[in-house]
Design a protein around this ligand. Structure first.
Ligand SMILES: Cc1cc2nc3c(=O)[nH]c(=O)nc-3n(C[C@H](O)[C@H](O)[C@H](O)COP(=O)(O)OP(=O)(O)OC[C@H]3O[C@@H](n4cnc5c(N)ncnc54)[C@H](O)[C@@H]3O)c2cc1C
Length: 398
């Protein structure tokens, strides 16, 4: 049996590792556009901040792939998939498979802002991106950075830029609050106050119209006409599934590759998981669901009967020393969910617990690191608790 995996990110490598653990014999090949061995993308923030060196990113020892008897094809872009011959079309060669796992992840989205092609305007998705940003900041002694996008990645990256000595870092968010996908208005307000008090510039409800500069980026212009200096720009406006190579393959896509509960696509023996896969209308875009999906992919290949039933999303973030957990259904739509919320503006803390009946299904926890792991676990197991018990937990931690 020959299995080919497109992608050497967390999805591809986890499938490869689990498959090899359960099947020592079959042929296993991993293809990646990148030229580096597997690394964890969250670590790129620490690399950008100068807290770790590139060598520290290597997740597996150099000979690991060899010992696992996997062929890893670095810098090898899959251009298309030929479903009739069951082959990957590479630059000049073809690779035959019996099973194909598509784990091609996402690409950073570049919003259509005029002159975004100027040197000094970056996105951050890969190790090569992080190294390029760091080198550029050092080479030009950058002093004024702009981060377009106040989501999780944007805030973490903004902090990393401050840590490498860029004095003025501004985050631009077109929504009226930070972390619009994770936080409610009250939590976002408190987070904003904390970040502002620590020197991060924040512009809410503002959109960038264009960048300016002669040879490289020097300034940005907002839709409202204001203009500010910027010698480094990071576009952090979300990601898009990496689907380009699927044209003509017959593989069904919507926003991502449509995958069923066994993570099969519409083409037999072709599976998809991770940031590129859309399951029940959802693309998670974070790592924990991938760790739930990978064993299902392996089970499907090996004839097992595991199915994927969704994941409880959770994010932990630490920006400028602020600990934040957002887990499960943290922003419920109006309905039969009930909330317990406590904010303390002076202490810059906020807790919100969301209940479906007597079950805890979501939480936001800003500033209480000790409570975060416990809340994360309770949300994952949908712990039963009364509203009085919830108030007691919150009160104990205030
Ligand atoms: C800086 C940063 C910080 C993050 N922090 C967190 C965090 O704290 N917590 C969290 O849960 N998530 C975080 N994420 C998101 C997380 O990294 C992604 O959800 C995860 O990497 C997705 O894994 P994946 O394997 O599906 O795709 P990817 O990691 O994107 O890997 C895709 C792989 O496919 C390859 N590929 C794509 N197209 C082709 C092609 N045509 N031919 C050959 N190879 C191809 C790529 O080279 C790559 O190897 C962060 C992301 C970034 C960029």
């Amino acid at each position: 049996m020959r299995t080919a995996i497109i992608g050497n990110g967390v999805a591809g490598i986890t499938v490869a590792r689990l498959l090899r653990e359960q099947d020592a014999q079959s042929d296993l090949d991993v293809f990646t556009r990148e030229t580096f061995p597997y690394y964890a993308r969250p670590q790129l923030i620490e690399l950008l901040a100068g807290a770790i060196r590139q060598e520290a990113l290597s997740f597996y020892p150099q000979d690991w792939y060899e010992r696992q008897r996997m062929g890893v094809h670095y810098g090898e872009t899959v251009h298309s998939i030929d479903p009739k011959t069951k082959e990957l079309v590479l630059g000049g060669t073809r690779h035959a498979f019996d099973w194909l796992v598509i784990a091609s992840g996402s690409d950073a989205f570049r919003p259509p802002i005029a002159h975004a092609e100027l040197p000094g305007v970056f996105t951050l998705r890969t190790l090569a991106d992080a190294l390029a940003i760091k080198d550029y900041a050092a080479l030009h002694g950058c002093e004024n950075a702009l981060v377009v996008g106040g989501g999780l990645l944007g805030l973490e990256a903004a902090h990393a830029l401050r840590r490498i000595g860029i004095n003025h870092v501004t985050v631009l968010e077109h929504n009226l609050r930070l972390l619009p996908r994770q936080l409610d208005a009250e939590g976002a307000h408190i987070l904003q106050r904390i970040l502002a008090s620590k020197g991060l510039g924040i512009e809410l409800g503002a959109s960038c119209r264009s960048f300016g500069g002669d040879e490289r980026v020097e300034k940005f212009l907002l839709e409202d006409g204001r203009s500010f200096p910027a010698d480094l720009v990071l576009l952090s406006a979300g990601v898009r599934p990496a689907l380009d190579f699927l044209a003509g393959s017959g593989i069904a896509i919507n926003k991502g590759i449509l995958s069923d509960d066994r993570l099969q696509t519409n083409i037999p023996q072709v599976l998809a998981l991770g940031d590129v896969a859309e399951w029940q209308g959802k693309i998670w875009g974070i790592i924990p669901p991938i760790l739930d999906q990978a064993p299902v992919v392996v089970s499907t290949i090996l004839g097992g009967d595991r199915s994927y039933q969704g994941s409880v999303a959770s994010n932990t973030l630490k920006v400028l020393g602020v600990d934040l957990l957002v887990a499960g259904v943290a922003q419920p739509s109006p309905g039969n969910l009930c909330e317990v919320r406590v904010a303390n503006e002076d202490r810059q803390t906020y807790i919100k617990l969301v209940f479906e009946g007597v079950h805890l299904v979501g939480a936001i926890c800003l500033g209480y690191k000790k409570l975060q792991a416990q809340l994360n676990r309770w949300v994952a197991e949908k712990k039963q608790m009364t509203v009085a018990e919830a108030h007691a937990i919150v009160d104990q931690n205030l």
